[in-house]
Design a protein around this ligand. Structure first.
Ligand code: ZN
Length: 55
């Protein structure tokens, strides 16, 4: 395997990992019921549990 192919594969793996993990950074998961809410949510849309302020 040539180094170029190796680098291309590694970049593909990294890109895939980013594509999978980045959306979760913009979601808040309810600690009570596990529902996913938008990052701007102040409270869970399913059960009403208030989210703690991160900042
Ligand atoms: Zn909830």
């Amino acid at each position: 395997m040539t180094p170029t192919v190796y680098v291309a594969i590694m970049l593909g793996v990294i890109a895939l990992a980013c594509a999978v993990s980045i959306p979760s950074l913009f979601r808040k998961k309810c600690r009570k019921c596990g529902a996913r809410n938008g990052i701007e949510a102040r409270a869970c849309s399913r059960c009403g549990e208030a989210f703690p302020e991160d900042d």
